[in-house]
Design a protein around this ligand. Structure first.
Ligand code: PML
Ligand code: MG
Length: 236
């Protein structure tokens, strides 16, 4: 049976409201289209005036199956404690200026994609810095059986599993751009560490940083892999 990528994006007056994707077999496509459409129409960010759902067959010979990262939780009672944990973790991985990474995380916002940052120089490497790198073409292998409240975690760990599987990416750090969602994470060395209190509740700040440790000549291939390689995440 053919495998399909089903992608949804919704906007209102040209402003992005929500987006999501699934990778499913042919028989599951109709239900999946319904579920994603409903999600677009019921999004807390507002009612869309345009919803686009795209169904596209996937080249299965180029699909990769990856085991999900292990999950760990740390205690962080405030953004200052979260910062200390992230800065320390990045330093341990050999990131030259981890304070600069925290600064990027808490000052750059509103990107559609993520920042790709050189772990040594701290320089941003995305071809279009106004857009960032938009990781796509990934899903969990299993159907979603968790509560809707778990969606942030479920989607984020799939993304972090794909991103940190790239041989030149040593870590990902994320603060949610959802004003009411303050849990973020550090993903590296096979573990996804959830960090509460990454920001003050109500703050619209939020983005992702991928730490790149590889040759400059391979940045374009890395971006292409993140955006286009089809990945299924197994084990959650
Ligand atoms: C978690 O709950 O483990 C963190 C989820 C981060 C969600 C980021 C986003 O808003 O997409
Ligand atoms: Mg978001």
């Amino acid at each position: 049976m053919t495998t399909y990528s089903v992608k949804m994006r919704a906007s209102a007056a040209g402003r992005h409201i929500s987006g999501a994707e699934r990778i499913v077999t042919g028989g599951a496509v109709p239900d999946c289209v319904t579920a994603l459409t409903r999600r677009a129409l019921e999004h807390p960010k507002g009612e869309p005036d345009e919803v686009t759902v795209t169904v596209r067959a996937v080249d299965e010979s180029r699909m990769e199956v990856l085991p999900v990262l292990a999950t760990r939780n740390v205690d962080a009672g405030s953004p200052a404690e979260a910062r200390a944990f992230i800065v320390d973790g990045l330093r341990r991985l050999g990131v030259r200026n981890p304070a600069r990474i925290w600064e990027l995380l808490t000052t750059v916002t509103g990107l559609r994609g993520a920042m790709l940052v050189d772990a040594t120089s701290g320089v941003r490497l995305e071809p279009d810095p106004a857009r960032g790198v938009r990781v796509s073409n990934l899903d969990h292998a299993s159907a979603d059986t968790g509560s809707p409240g778990k969606l942030h975690y479920r989607e984020a760990i799939a993304l972090a599993t794909k991103v940190t599987a790239h041989p030149h990416i040593i870590a990902e750090v994320c603060i949610s751009d959802d004003p009411d969602y303050t849990t973020g994470y550090l993903a590296c060395e096979g573990t996804y560490t959830r960090v509460p209190a990454m920001k003050e509740p109500g703050s619209p700040v939020g983005t992702r940083v991928f730490l790149y440790d590889g040759p400059a000549s391979e940045v374009a291939a890395c971006v292409d892999w993140l955006e286009n390689r089809v990945v299924l995440v197994e084990g959650l």
